[in-house]
Design a binder for this molecule. Structure first.
Ligand code: 13P
Length: 347
């Protein structure tokens, strides 16, 4: 290892800033298809201007920079401007928020592995990353999807293919000066137990770190964005908050090297308050925790604000108040200080 690799690099400084105390990430990088499904639930048409207006509502929320360190943008959004002509990137900078960008091209069917997916987007990625750096991005995200189906899925092939893609993406990001947020999501869909989720999550994270090391990814200059260890959504026995927190931390203790500055969990379809409670319980656990445990939620931060907004300009202030509240609750959970009283407190 060279001396420069031992000293703190720009990548490490950015990664640490993204998991600064009390702060986490907002994932606002829904593809057109995904945001369309979210908009449909509140009767908003999936047009370019509605997507811009919605994200402007979120990202110009007053004081949001106190709880949100970074926002993951979509390709369309990083090129858009808010009403006063300021780019989204500059509007984030005004609040001290670091702009990030989703760079994968989505999970596609993996040939030879029925029911499983691999994330595409490596072709031309070096050039695309250079373009995003020009636009002001400082970090990036790539999501891999792992499906549990009994003991049949996932197959080792799907785990390896996704680990390989994540590692190639992460290495390209660091070459470009971007912090890679490495997201292996084990889906909560299915009737599997929390024990089965643990087994699959552990195997997936082991494979991902093995691939990252093989591809010479500097662990200090990245973040892991995993799913929590949960009961499957339709499992008859749903593990409680404490059990989820203990299983999730036990899992990452086994798999995530201490050199990684932070673990930023996705919410994955959990109810918003439950996602906050799980993060809080993890941060209250005793025992060694060499990395920051934080959030990178999309749905669990956005869902109540979207429902309040409903595309109505007259409801922006109320929607921002609700968004700010969720961000504050998660900021407290980040420190293990989330309480029922705080949840009920109206800002
Ligand atoms: P959720 O928090 O809604 O799972 O989204 C996080 C994310 O970025 C998925 O890629």
């Amino acid at each position: 290892m060279t001396v420069s690799k031992v000293s703190m690099t720009g990548l490490e400084a950015t990664a640490r800033a993204l998991v600064a105390p009390g702060k986490g990430l907002l994932a606002a990088d829904e593809s057109h298809g995904t945001i369309g499904r979210r908009f449909q639930t509140v009767g908003v048409a999936n047009t370019e201007d509605n997507r811009r207006a919605y994200r402007q509502m979120l990202l110009t929320t007053p004081g949001i920079g106190e709880c949100i360190s970074g926002v993951i943008l979509f390709d369309e959004t990083i090129r858009q401007r808010i009403d006063d002509g300021t780019s989204f990137v500059d509007a984030l900078a005004r609040q001290g928020i670091i702009p990030g960008i989703k760079v994968d091209a989505g999970a596609k069917r993996l040939a030879g592995a029925p029911g499983e997916q691999v994330t595409e987007g490596l072709d031309g990625l070096r050039e695309r990353l250079a373009g995003y750096v020009q636009l002001g991005a400082r970090f990036a995200k790539w999501r891999a999807v792992i499906t549990i189906e009994g003991t049949r899925l996932p197959t080792p092939l799907a785990i390896d293919a996704n680990g390989h893609a994540l590692a190639r993406y992460a290495a390209l990001c660091q070459e470009a000066g971007l912090v890679p947020v490495v997201e292996p999501e084990v889906l909560m869909d299915g009737d599997h137990t929390i024990e089965r989720c643990f087994e699959v999550t552990e195997a997936t994270q082991h494979a991902v770190f093995h691939a990252l090391v093989e591809h010479h990814v500097q662990l200090e200059g990245m973040l892991l964005k995993p799913s929590m260890v949960l009961s499957g959504a339709t499992c008859p026995r749903q593990a409680g908050v404490q059990e989820v927190a203990e299983a999730t931390v036990r899992c990452v203790r086994r798999t995530v090297p201490a050199a990684v500055p932070g673990i930023v969990f996705l919410s994955g379809g959990q109810r918003d308050e439950l996602a906050t409670a799980h993060l809080d319980a993890m941060n209250r656990l005793a025992g060694p925790r060499p990395w920051e445990l934080s959030f990178s939620y999309a749905r669990a931060l956005q869902a109540p604000a979207l429902a309040a907004w409903r595309g109505d300009p007259a409801r922006i202030t109320e929607a921002q108040r609700i968004f700010s509240h969720r961000a504050r609750c998660n900021s407290a959970a980040r420190r293990g200080q989330y309480t029922a009283e705080l949840e009920r407190t109206v800002a």
